[in-house]
Design a protein around this ligand. Sequence first.
Ligand code: KMH
Ligand code: ZN
Length: 270
Amino acid sequence: MDKLIITVAMIGAEVTREHNPNLPVTPGEIADAAYVCYKAGASMVHLHVREDDQTPTQSGDRFRETIEKIKAKCNIIIQVSTGGAVGMTAEERLQPVYLKPEMATLSTGSVNFGDDVFLNPPSYLEEFARVMKENGVRPEIEVFDVGMINNALQLVKNGLLEEPLHYDFVMGVPGGIPGTLKNLLHLAESIPAGSTWTVAGMGRFELPLGTAAIIMGGHVRVGFEDNIYYDKGVLAQSNAQLVERIVRVAEIHSRPVANPDEARKILRLT
Ligand code: KMH
Ligand code: ZN
C-alpha cells in the first residue's frame, strides 16, 4: 500500500462564515491555514478562492496571489478547482489552469447539486481536458456518480487524458452518489487497475469513508468544503483539526502519511 495522501479542501464555494466562523477567506488567511494543515500532515490543498466579502471567484489574479502566499510557506501540492461555483461559465472556471498549477480538478459529468445543477456537459469535459493538457496540468477526476468514471475513460480513448488517472470520489452530495461503504467499494472496483483514488465524504460521511479508504489503500480528503463539523452539532475549530484527526486514524491503522514529495511520486507529478 502506498503512503496516505491527505488532501485538505479548506474553503469550497458554498460554505460561509455564517456556517462556520473559522472559514479562511482572504489569500493571507488561506495561506496561513494551508501551512497549519501541511504541518498537521496534509500533502495537497484543493484550492478555491473568495473575494474579501466571501463571494466565490475563479479570478486568475486572486488564485495567483493565494498560490504565491502558500508557496512562500511550504511545498504542499496545489490543486486548483475548476468546479468553481454552480452557475459559472466554462471560461470563468478555467482561469486558474492557465497559471499552470501542479493539478486541477476535472468533473466528468453533470450532477444535481442540492437545489442546483453542477453542469458539466461533454463539450466542457473535452475543453477542460484539452486546456489542462496544453498547460501541463495533471487532472484529478471528480466523480460525483459512477457513470463519471466511464466519461473519464472516454476522454482517454479520445486522447485527451492519459492513464493512469487519479480519481476523487465525491460522495454524499445531495443529488450525487450516496456515501455508503457499498458504493465506495463499487467505485474503487470500477476504475482501471493502476489508478489512484481519494475519497471526499460530505458531512457525516467524511470520517467513516476516510477510515475505509485508509484501510483499502485509497487516499483521503477532509476540510470545510466537505464538512464543517468535528462531531455531531460541534463545529470544527479549523481545517487542521480535521487533518489531525485523519492522521490519528491512519496511525491507528499503521498507514504512514505521505509528505508532499512522496505524494508527488504516488500521483506521478514528478
Ligand atoms: N463547488 C462545486 C459546485 C471542484 O472543486 O472541482 C464544485 C466543486 C468541484 O467544488
Ligand atoms: Zn471544490
